[in-house]
Design a protein around this ligand. Structure first.
Ligand SMILES: [Zn+2]
Length: 297
């Protein structure tokens, strides 16, 4: 454990320098295209991905189309004079043909789209503190209560004029835990990893990925101190295992604003930021929303 932390420390310094250079350059290059059109995430028609479905051309004076996946409203944005539905695909979605309900100009129709199979890798983790694996009845009741609260927060819908889909990484560091990985804690299968882990030292400033409103802050059994930021139209980001939270529920935050400090609260084997992106209630791969230079694919 010690040796790993030392090696990570050296690696982190190198990666931090590289990222700092990439980041500055990335922001500079991206500033111009962002003015011209909405920056769509990468499309990835797989469970845990994002489907980008064209809905037709933007004619002057026409209302924004409305879309739903089941009963859940879905984000619609325009890009180069075309409307697109940007659909979050849940990790447990069955591959195959699915339907989006679309309302344009008072007419409701359905539009089919394909979801392909994706095999996410497995990861086996050994935890010495078994209290976070073999839960007491009391802890289990707490975790269940919190799951219900978190599920409701994830499905929150606030209509916003514009949602910035070009997210920034809240901290710069090594991408240590990828999205969708099937995890086993001490041999026990757990739910897939529904976020991106970035290895950073405790106390690293955590930035809001885009402008929005703080939807909730809390201290959870598994996620530790957590902030939910609502970016409008079903896009929500989650920042977990924080050491400190610097914002309050309802507060407006700007893109890049410090909202807290990273830590290892809740179920965490070491200090890192767990960052999740939620779209229409579905946990999706955060790497689809960040500049290509920062993706590891
Ligand atoms: Zn994580």
């Amino acid at each position: 454990m010690k040796r790993m932390e030392l090696r990570e420390g050296t690696m982190l310094t190198l990666i931090a320098i590289t990222f700092r250079i990439c980041f500055r350059f990335g922001l500079f290059v991206l500033a111009f295209p962002l003015l011209a059109h909405a920056s769509l995430p990468l499309s990835s028609n797989v469970p845990g991905g994002v489907a980008i479905i064209p809905l037709g051309s933007v004619s002057s004076g026409s209302e924004t189309p409305q879309t739903w996946l089941g009963d859940q409203p879905v984000l619609v944005t325009s890009d180069h004079e075309l409307w697109y539905a940007v659909v979050g695909l849940p990790l447990d979605m069955t591959p195959g043909l699915h339907e989006l309900r679309v309302k344009i100009g008072g007419v409701t129709k359905t539009q089919g789209f394909e979801v392909n199979t994706k095999h996410y890798p497995e990861q086996h983790i050994t935890l010495e503190d078994t209290s976070k694996v073999e839960l007491s009845a009391e802890d289990e009741a707490r975790a269940d209560r919190e799951l219900a609260v978190i599920t409701e927060l994830k499905h929150h819908w606030r209509v916003a004029q514009d949602t910035d889909l070009a997210l920034i990484i809240p901290v710069k560091g090594r991408l240590a835990g990828r999205f969708g990985v099937h995890r086993f804690f001490n041999g026990e299968p757990r739910s897939p990893h529904a976020g991106l882990d970035v290895a950073v030292a405790r106390g690293t400033p955590v930035k809001a990925s885009a402008q929005g409103q703080v939807l909730a802050v809390d201290d959870y059994f598994f996620n530790g101190r957590t902030i939910f930021v609502d970016h409008g139209n079903g896009l929500i980001t989650m920042y977990c295992h924080l050491e400190r939270i610097d914002v309050k529920t309802g507060e407006a935050v700007s893109k890049g604003q410090r909202i807290g400090l990273s830590g290892k609260t809740g179920r965490a084997t070491g200090p890192h930021l767990h960052w999740s992106v939620v779209l229409n209630g579905a946990m999706v791969d955060p790497e689809l929303f960040i500049p290509a230079k920062h993706r590891r694919r």
